[in-house]
Design a protein around this ligand. Structure first.
Ligand SMILES: Cc1ncc(COP(=O)(O)O)c(C=O)c1O
Length: 387
């Protein structure tokens, strides 16, 4: 069966295509081109931050932000276990230790009590990875980090456009990272952004992004061991064309969420993750449905297969990172836990819930007819004989 409804598909209109063509005509292709600076300025202004540094991916945004706050060996970085591997990988590549914590069950966001319990004198950063378009209670996290002298770093790759108590997600931590991978709200193919209101941090990030070339020194003198994480101009042109479309895209995603909620309200055994009380704007990067196999008549894995057969793609939830072979040893060594036992005996909420969720088709371009087909298929598959 070929898939006719993808989980996410980029929306690239004539405006985006001609922006790229204009770059090509001007032979502007490198990561040092003016288009990159224009994209950074437009993104910073839309989000409401002072500085934006465009990079080649969400992964390199995380690596750059960790370098810019000077995280290294001996430091611990607390992050949720229910997230994408590069969040932990970049901590490992920085020479620091990832310390995984559980999520709360209602929305799969970072559990703030678990963060508090995981703090040690070596904690330098809390990496608040926001899941599926909203966030944990960022005010509580901000207060906790301020009280402990710990840096709050937001990974807002999935939550561009979301807001917590009217403050934009990505503007609350010392720095925040975004991804513009093809499946994101703003999609440049590959790409990312580090944002901050801290001028010194921004300057360090800008320098490290581009080999840390010395400004005042001799040619090819370098101030530090840097990276090449620059975003090519063609990708920046795609991004710049999409910034004015973000509000409209977010409004459409809200309509999609409401249509799913109405359609699935009668299907026993399926529970959509709903907004937290502090989520004043949900970016709806992913519409997540939790499957109660006993009530619905089939489990999430079986449902994903049946939907695929019906031409509808879905994604499973993340396999908790503390269970991944390359990270397990590190995690066990990292956090002795509040009672002296290892917290790695298990992160029970994540372990229990991870197998039971599915991300439904969620892209901006999803039509009403497609949503209705997904809803009807989910209804028809309930208690149908599982293959
Ligand atoms: C939460 C999170 N962090 C980081 C990344 C990495 O971004 P990229 O794929 O642009 O490297 C992703 C990508 O989906 C993500 O969802």
């Amino acid at each position: 069966m070929s898939v006719s409804i993808p989980v996410h598909a980029p929306v690239l209109d004539a405006v985006a295509v001609s922006a790229v063509m204009r770059c090509l005509e001007r032979e502007e292709i490198s990561g040092n081109a003016p288009t990159v600076r224009d994209f950074e300025a437009a993104f910073a202004s839309w989000l409401g931050v002072d500085h934006a540094i465009a990079v080649s991916s969400g992964t390199t945004a995380l690596r750059l932000a960790l370098a810019a706050v000077e995280v290294g060996p001996g430091d611990e970085v607390i992050l949720p276990t229910m997230t994408f591997a590069p969040c932990a990988d970049m901590i490992v590549h920085a020479g620091a230790t990832p310390v995984f914590v559980d999520c709360e069950p209602a929305r799969l966001q970072l559990d703030i009590d678990a963060v508090t319990a995981a703090m040690t004198p070596r904690t330098r950063v809390v990496m608040a990875v926001h899941a599926y378009g909203q966030s944990a209670d960022l005010d509580a996290l901000e207060a906790l980090c301020e009280a402990s002298g710990v840096i709050l770093l937001e990974d807002a790759a999935q939550s561009l456009g979301g807001a917590c108590r009217q403050r934009a997600i990505g503007t609350i931590g010392r720095a925040a990272c975004f991804s513009f991978y093809a499946n994101k709200l703003l999609a440049t193919g590959e790409g990312g952004m580090v944002v901050t209101n801290d001028a010194d941090l921004a300057e360090r990030a800008r320098s490290l992004r581009s080999h840390a070339m010395s400004r005042g020194g001799a040619p090819y003198e370098h101030d530090a061991c840097g990276f090449n994480f620059r975003l090519p101009a063609l990708s920046a042109a795609l991004g710049l064309a999409q910034v004015p479309q973000l509000d409209e895209r977010l409004a459409r995603r809200q309509v999609v969420a409401e249509r799913y909620a109405r359609g699935l309200s009668e299907v026993a055994g399926l529970r959509l993750l709903t907004p937290a009380p502090w989520t004043t704007r949900h970016a709806w990067w992913g519409h997540v449905v939790m499957v109660d196999g006993a009530t619905y008549g089939r489990d999430a894995a079986n449902l994903a297969d049946a939907l695929w057969e019906a031409g509808i793609a879905t994604r499973r939830l993340y396999h908790p990172l503390h269970l991944h072979a390359p990270l397990r040893g590190l995690a066990t060594a990292a956090n002795p836990g509040p009672a002296g036992a290892t917290a790695r005996a298990g992160l029970p909420v994540s372990e229990r819930l991870a197998p039971h969720g599915l991300v439904l088709p969620s892209g901006t371009g999803l039509t009403d007819a497609q949503i209705d087909r997904v809803v009807a298929t989910l209804g028809a598959l309930a208690h149908a004989v599982a293959a």
